[in-house]
Design a protein around this ligand. Structure first.
Ligand code: 39S
Ligand code: ZN
Length: 765
């Protein structure tokens, strides 16, 4: 029985990838040193997997940014504005596509759009294709990495995003083209895929993994035909190369029969998310095919119940035989933190419940060993003890929280009056100009801010000294915003490490790690807290700094909170109760916080819900149930305030179109959304729906170091006011500014205020 792994974290156990990449961007690390650093990461990863007993070890799962962008670079799909004329896409061009280029030296180009990978908190750069895109092999990374591992004595299984998933997640830039028309490019892209596969075969690859996670989505007939055509052609062109076709993140449902007909050598299925489907998959598996069963959860951090897994797999083995069964994690392990080895402060009892990527590898090999009749009794009994201890732990249940959840009434999820009434009261109270300006909440987390927090954490600084340091940052932020003439101020969130982790640290039922980093996009990682028990808020979490900031200015200070669905979505969650129940507990904790902020004189309160869309189930038939509890949770957290307290929300980097009515149902007084990278395209949904409340469409792409000019922002706002009522428009950046530097933010926000003023003076159109 073989063991298979789909992908391993590329960030390094101490975030070596981030550190070396950012140093390279700053010009502090030569390219050769960057390449040496990432080579060392790859080597460590391959050797670790080999030592853990993994038979099919992936390569090309490493990436400097994300694997969709890698695929674009490999296929030569570079947007025209980057003026690429070379034969190869080099590293700097890859970074320019991902990050844009700042004006000044060289041409200034906006980055490609970024969006979330399925329902994860991991992002990819959206390929921009057109009928004129000339695909050809334009990179050597996939070949180089295969050779690199071979030199270490490891014959890896190169991983590529499959052609139909690649095209389905791309966007067509031709005027009038629809997203679906990307699939029309299949005949053009397939020959390049085939050439890549042939080259891999020539280099000595035995297996190649093609990821087609779209197989777990609702597929159009064109996508289904695309899959059939693509794999038939590939089979014909490279008959001897063995192909593993990987699906993950969900069940195949109505796609199952077609999927299992594709002419490949092995299928991977996600037996965690699609556990109930395993029997049907086994029944549909053609007799000459191998099945890779993803039995270890790649998306969560809990130890697997090995005895249960072994039992399920014994039944599979009974039907298909040991030769045709591979054991694997459910999906790539890039969505899991790297290792538990470096967690020294974590409570020992809780730590014993967990498995990160490295530990998951040994779970995979223990399961395989047990099924092969090897003696793993000691490992199994230790695992059994951990699972028992967790399920019986008194840390998990809090009767007070459960009773409060059960007592929530319908009036608890309704504001006192409808929006039109609140709107009037709020206009009278706040007296804001047209096109009021604000920011999303965070200001630059400078090296000084981070290193000061690191000192506090290491015990090298007192809490009092840290607090004085934060106070100075807040004062500085308030002064700057007054100087720029922003209307609704923020305190800057200097005290927060992350918008979810910061709250997790203050809520009971949550635990957090020291090094449990997971890549979010590019060099930006998150350290998701994990929810192991019932959630309660022992003390106010944000009131102190918001109140302090308000005391420094006569302008309105906005309080910022992370919404219940986003806290849930960006944490590792307990698997012993429904997500909806956990979210309700978080919502009640946040409701207390909102009410406390209001009582402390903060009358503009933003509850961010950027993750509502990514939490949407992958299949449409499951949407309504999710949206019901997600919307109710937001309303539960925000409905305890007076009519003239203004509730804002913020969302970013997602498709709003599909869920626009649920966004309206949140009934926030103001919503700010990301729109600048897509040139206001995303507003379409709000227009056709006639969104009733106020909107701040982002006019400054904060994921790029580029400073937008006033004219650019004026143009975006003109676009916005042709489609939305002028009196409902706010002016703000796309998202928080924590990843930017002050020398980028300062000119950008000056320009932003200038743009708002120009709109105010330009009169109604
Ligand atoms: N998901 C979450 N959870 N949070 C989000 O903000 C987002 N936003 C979207 C969607 N998903 C999200 C994605 N955008 C970052 C920025 C934007 C993101 C995601 C992540 C980000 O800036 N991440 C930081 C990073 O990668 C880490 C943030 C953090 O937790 O750099 N910082 C800690 C802190 O500030 C730890 C900082 C740190 O690295 O306290 N400290 C140094 C160390 O430990 C020490 C610093 C020193 O001594 O100088 O080595
Ligand atoms: Zn945002």
């Amino acid at each position: 029985m073989k063991t298979n792994n789909l992908g391993y974290p590329r960030i390094g156990e101490k975030r070596e990838l981030k550190k070396s990449t950012e140093a390279y961007w700053k010009g502090e690390l030569p390219a050769a040193d960057l390449l040496a650093a990432v080579k060392a990461i790859r080597r460590a990863n391959w050797e670790r997997q080999r030592n853990a007993g993994i038979d099919l070890i992936p390569s090309n799962d490493f990436s400097f940014y994300d694997q969709m962008l890698d695929m674009s670079c490999l296929l030569g799909a570079v947007p025209a504005r980057f003026e690429w004329s070379g034969s190869q896409v080099d590293l700097d061009l890859l970074f320019r596509i991902a990050r844009g280029t700042r004006g000044g030296k060289g041409a200034s180009s906006t980055a490609s759009e970024m969006t979330k990978w399925f329902d994860t908190n991991y992002h990819y750069i959206v390929p921009e294709l057109s009928s004129g895109t000339a695909f050809r092999i334009a990179g050597t990374k996939v070949f180089d990495e295969f050779k690199e591992a071979l030199e270490l004595g490891i014959r890896t299984k190169p991983v590529l995003i499959g052609p139909v998933t690649y095209l389905s997640l791309s966007k067509m830039t031709d005027a009038g083209a629809s997203a679906a028309s990307c699939l029309d490019l299949l005949p053009k892209v397939l020959p390049v895929y085939i050439e890549i596969l042939k080259r891999l075969q020539d280099l000595g690859a035995e297996w190649v993994q093609l990821d087609e996670p779209i197989a777990v989505l609702d597929l159009s007939p064109a996508q289904k035909q695309g899959l059939a055509k693509a794999y038939a052609e590939i089979r014909q062109a490279v008959p001897k190369l063995k192909i593993l076709l990987a699906s993950y993140f969900g069940d195949l449902r109505d796609n199952l029969a077609d999927f299992m007909k594709l002419p490949v050598d092995a299928f991977h299925v996600d037996a965690v998310r699609a556990g109930n489907e395993l029997d049907a998959v086994v029944a549909a598996l053609p007799v000459d095919k191998i099945l890779s069963v993803g039995i270890i959860d790649g998306r969560n951090i809990w130890k697997n119940n090995l005895a249960q897994s072994i039992k399920r797999l014994e039944s599979v083995r009974g039907k298909i035989g040991a030769d045709r069964l591979w054991i694997a994690p459910s999906c790539s392990l890039i969505h899991s933190p790297v290792t538990l080895r470096n967690e020294v402060r974590l409570n020992g009892e809780i730590k014993d419940w967990l498995a990160f990527a490295e530990e998951k590898l040994s779970e995979v090999s223990t399961v395989a060993a047990a099924l092969s009749g090897k003696d793993v009794a000691a490992a199994l009994s230790a695992n059994h003890a951990s699972c028992e201890a967790r399920s019986k732990s008194p840390r998990i249940h809090n009767p007070k929280v459960k009773a409060r959840c059960a007592a929530v009434r319908p009036e608890d999820i309704r504001r006192q009056s409808v929006f039109s009434v609140r709107d009037e009261k709020q206009r009278q109270k706040f007296c804001l100009p047209d096109f009021p300006t604000t920011t999303i909440g965070s200001f630059p987390q400078t090296a000084e801010v981070r290193s000061t927090r690191a000192k506090l954490k290491k015990g090298e600084m007192s809490q009092a000294d840290y607090d004085s340091f934060i106070a100075i940052q807040v004062q500085d932020a308030v002064r700057r915003q007054e100087a720029w003439d922003i209307d609704v101020l923020v305190h800057g969130e200097f005290e927060r490490n992350d918008m979810v982790e910061y709250f997790g640290e203050q809520l009971s039922g949550f635990a957090f790690t020291e090094n449990g980093w997971v890549q979010s996009y590019g060099s930006r990682y998150v350290k998701p807290p994990f929810i192991f028990g019932d959630v309660e808020r022992p003390n106010p979490m944000t009131v102190r700094w918001s109140q302090y900031a308000q005391s420094l200015t006569k302008r309105h200070m906005k309080g910022m909170l992370t919404g219940p669905v986003t806290v849930l979505q960006w944490s590792f969650v307990r698997d012993d109760q429904p997500r909806s129940e956990t979210t309700k507990q978080i919502a009640l904790a946040l409701r207390d916080e909102v009410n406390d902020l209001e009582a402390a004189g903060i009358h503009v309160i933003q509850i961010d819900e950027p993750a509502v869309r990514e939490g949407l189930p992958l299949r449409r038939t499951d949407w309504a149930a999710y949206l019901r509890w997600a919307v109710d949770a937001f309303r539960l957290s925000s409905s305890g305030v007076a009519d003239d307290t203004q509730i804002h929300t913020h969302m970013c980097y997602c498709e709003f179109n599909d869920i626009i009515d649920s966004i309206a149902e949140l009934d926030a007084d103001v919503i700010s959304i990301e729109t600048s990278r897509s040139n206001m395209e995303l507003l379409g949904a709000f227009v056709s729906f006639k969104y009733p409340n106020q909107i701040g469409p982002g006019v400054y792409d904060i994921h790029s170091p580029r400073v937008p000019a006033t004219d650019e922002m004026v143009n975006l706002l003109h676009k916005a006011q042709t489609v939305l009522p002028r009196r409902n428009l706010w002016v703000n950046p796309d998202c928080g500014l924590k990843t930017r530097t002050w020398d980028e933010v300062d000119p950008a926000l000056k320009n932003l205020v200038a743009a708002a003023k120009e709109l105010r003076h330009s009169g109604a159109r």
